[in-house]
Design a binder for this molecule. Sequence first.
Ligand code: ATP
Ligand code: MG
Length: 326
Amino acid sequence: MSRIFSGIQPSGELHIGNYLGAVKNWVELQRSFESFFCVVDYHAITVPYEPDDLRTRRREMVVSLLAAGLDPSRATVFVQSMVPEHTELAWIFNTVTPLGELERQTQFKDKASRQESVPAGLLNYPVLQAADILLYRADLVPVGEDQVQHLELSREVARRWNARFGDGFFPEPQAKLTPARRIMGLDGQSKMSKSMGNTVGMLEEPPAIWEKLRPAVTDPARVRRTDPGTPEVCNIYHLHKAFSPPDVVSHVETQCRTAGWGCIECKKVLFEHMNAELTPIRGRAAEIRAHPERVEQVVGDGAASARRVAGETLREVKDRMGLAQA
Ligand code: ATP
Ligand code: MG
């Protein structure tokens, strides 16, 4: 059976971009693949943060993942900093990763441009990501479109290590994308990101969601209520495609092109379908939060089974490289 691995940073609340681009797909894929899903807190410390916030966000991220439908009896759900093999393999991979490849990564350039002082960890982020994936020798990685470039680098790392130390040991992991591979922020300016403050939280209460949806950017051609629009250029239309049933989506399309609806009417219909999908998830999150000991148990068990696989890979890697075993 193919193995899948994917991760999410506890750098803020799980938003609908994460949900539609990645996590919803994880819930589906855990039925047919041996799956490892990780809250990647070592990645989240590559930008400024407060330790107490990190603790809270990590817990909340696990709650959100379970509420979205990750099932610990099917998938290994765990926290990166509880499995030290990740950072150990990352160091090893640093020695085979070309610096030039790291410097041209879009996410690095993007995040570095927003920081006064750039830590080396931000540059090396994709090396740790390659280690995350390859420790489990995963061949499929369900992610959003923004991670495609990092996965190319993971393949390069696997190829280089294999060429030097063991042909075919590491698979070359491929991205697995969803139709909602890139959800834009409600400002319409950039992709929805935890770090950009342009998100709708998966667990946000409906009134708060509506407060954000109401002023959200739509097709700029629709200045007046009577101006027809082009659905494909509108973020709200793309959210309809992810949340609303197909007959509603085609109605939305017609109503936009013919100015049958104003944007507010269109958003109200979206809001209704978002609520239908997100309300049960919010309910499950409340139930899970009421039992913190169960959440502890899930991440404890998850770390133990992740370490069994990760430890085996690392032992083999160190052996082939002439390193000493612990
Ligand atoms: P940060 O701003 O801290 O990088 P993020 O919102 O980009 O946070 P990540 O933890 O980096 O979230 O990514 C988790 C997963 O969600 C990845 O698979 C990523 O590709 C996916 N993802 C993130 N943003 C979007 C988006 N706007 N649309 C679709 N998928 C997304
Ligand atoms: Mg990101």
